[in-house]
Design a binder for this molecule. Structure first.
Ligand SMILES: NC(=O)c1ccc[n+]([C@@H]2O[C@H](COP(=O)([O-])OP(=O)(O)OC[C@H]3O[C@@H](n4cnc5c(N)ncnc54)[C@H](OP(=O)(O)O)[C@@H]3O)[C@@H](O)[C@H]2O)c1
Length: 329
C-alpha cells in the first residue's frame, strides 16, 4: 500500500481523504525524480488549496513541502541521483504522500547535518523567509538597525524570519495573537512584540519607532491587517503582501499609496523565486548555511501522523499551532 491524502472537491478539513495510490506512482520522465518521503511539511497554502481560495484541478493530492530519499531520476536530471537525501518546496502539490514523481527543479540535496524532519519543515517556510528578508526590499535596501514589521511572527515562516532578521541586525517588530506566542517570537529574535489580539498594532508600531514607522511590512494576514499595515510604513516604505490567512486583501485604489507617503506595494510568491534550478539552489544554500550554522533554528511545534491530517488542518486554521508543523510517516 502507498498512502496519499487527496481531495476530490474543495471544502473543509473533512474533504481530506487517505487513499491508496499503489500502482499509480510510475517512473520519472525527463526532468523528473521519484522520491520516497520521510516527512512532510504542513503550510497555510495547503489550506487555501483545500478550500478552493487557490483552485486546483481535481482530484488533487495536497502538500508542497517534504523531505525524503531519491529513488529514481529521469533523463536530464544532473543534480540528483538515486539514494540522495533531499528536501523541497514545490509546485505542483503532491507532497502529502509516501512516494511521488515530481519535477526535479526545486528538489535540493539535504546536507547531512540536517535531519529529515527539519528538512521537511524548513524548505517552503525557510525559503520564503529568505526571499522576503533578502530579496523583497525597500528602496535602498535594509541596513542593521532598520525597523520592519512582521505579522504572525510566532508561526512557521514567522519564527524563521524573526531569527534571521536578528542575525541580519534588523529590528523586527513581530505581531502574534496571544501573549504566549509573543513570548515565543521574542525568544526567537523579535526585538519587539505586539499582541494584536488586544493591542492596537499601529499605535504600538508608532510608539516603538518614535513615530517614524517601519521600512517594510511583511504581511501574510491579508484582509484584517491591510489598512493599518499601510499606516505603519515610513514614506517610500514597502508593503510586502505574501498571504491571506484572514482572507484576501480587497481591491484598493492606487491613489491611497500617494496619500500615505508614496508607498510601494508588492504581492510576492515563493514559486516565482524558485522557478529556476540555479535560483532555487542559491536560495537553498543560503538557508542551509543559516540552519547549519545555528543562526536559524527550525522549531517544529507540532507533529501529526499523516492519517491525522484533518486535525492538523483544523489546528492550523484555528491558530493553535506555533512554528513549523510536520506530518509523519
Ligand atoms: N507568498 C508566499 O510565497 C508564501 C510562502 C509561505 C507562506 N506564505 C504565507 O505566510 C503565512 C504564514 O504561513 P505558515 O504556513 O507559516 O502559517 P503560520 O504562520 O504558522 O499560521 C498562520 C498564522 O496566521 C495568523 N492568523 C492571523 N489571522 C488568522 C486567521 N484569520 N486565520 C488563521 N490564522 C490567522 C495566526 O497567528 P496569530 O494567532 O499569531 O495571529 C496563525 O497561526 C500564510 O499566510 C501563508 O499563506 C506565503
Amino acid at each position: 500500500m502507498s498512502r496519499a491524502i487527496q481531495i476530490v472537491r474543495h471544502g473543509g478539513p473533512e474533504e481530506l481523504h487517505l487513499v491508496d495510490v499503489s500502482g499509480n506512482v510510475g517512473e520519472p520522465g525527463p526532468g523528473q525524480i521519484r522520491i520516497r518521503h520521510k516527512a512532510i511539511g504542513l503550510n497555510f497554502i495547503d489550506v487555501y488549496q483545500r478550500t478552493g481560495l487557490y483552485q486546483l484541478p481535481l482530484p488533487a493530492t495536497l502538500g508542497m513541502e517534504a523531505s525524503g530519499i531519491v529513488e529514481a531520476v529521469g533523463p536530464g536530471v544532473m543534480h540528483l541521483k538515486p539514494g540522495d537525501r533531499a528536501a523541497y518546496a514545490s509546485n505542483p502539490p503532491g507532497s502529502y504522500s509516501e512516494v511521488r514523481v515530481m519535477p526535479a527543479t526545486t528538489v535540493c540535496r539535504l546536507p547531512d547535518a540536517i535531519d529529515f524532519d527539519t528538512g521537511a519543515a524548513m524548505m517552503l517556510k525557510g525559503l520564503t523567509a529568505q526571499y522576503l528578508l533578502k530579496k523583497t526590499l525597500p528602496q535602498g535596501g535594509l541596513k542593521p538597525g532598520d525597523f520592519v514589521l512582521f505579522h504572525a511572527a510566532a508561526g512557521g515562516v514567522g519564527l524563521i524570519a524573526s531569527q534571521w532578521a536578528k542575525a541580519m541586525g534588523l529590528q523586527l517588530i513581530g505581531t502574534a495573537g496571544s501573549d504566549a506566542k509573543c513570548a515565543l517570537a521574542r525568544d526567537n529574535g523579535a526585538m519587539h512584540v505586539i499582541n494584536y489580539a488586544k493591542e492596537d498594532f499601529l499605535a504600538r508600531v508608532k510608539e516603538i519607532t518614535g513615530g517614524k514607522g517601519v521600512k517594510v511590512v511583511y504581511d501574510s494576514i491579508g484582509k484584517d491587517t491591510w489598512d493599518k499595515s499601510l499606516d505603519c510604513l515610513q514614506p517610500f516604505g514597502l508593503m510586502a503582501s505574501f498571504g491571506n490567512a484572514s482572507g484576501p486583501v480587497p481591491p484598493f485604489a492606487p491613489g491611497i499609496l500617494a496619500v500615505k507617503g508614496s508607498l510601494y506595494v508588492t504581492r510576492q510568491t515563493l514559486f516565482t523565486h524558485i522557478a529556476s534550478r540555479e535560483g532555487c539552489q542559491a536560495m537553498a544554500d543560503d538557508l542551509f548555511a543559516a540552519v547549519t550554522s545555528g543562526k536559524v533554528k527550525i522549531r517544529i511545534g507540532q507533529r501529526y501522523p499523516l492519517e491525522q491530517v484533518q486535525q492538523a488542518h483544523r489546528d492550523l486554521e484555528a491558530r493553535k499551532t506555533t512554528g513549523c508543523t510536520i506530518l509523519t510517516l
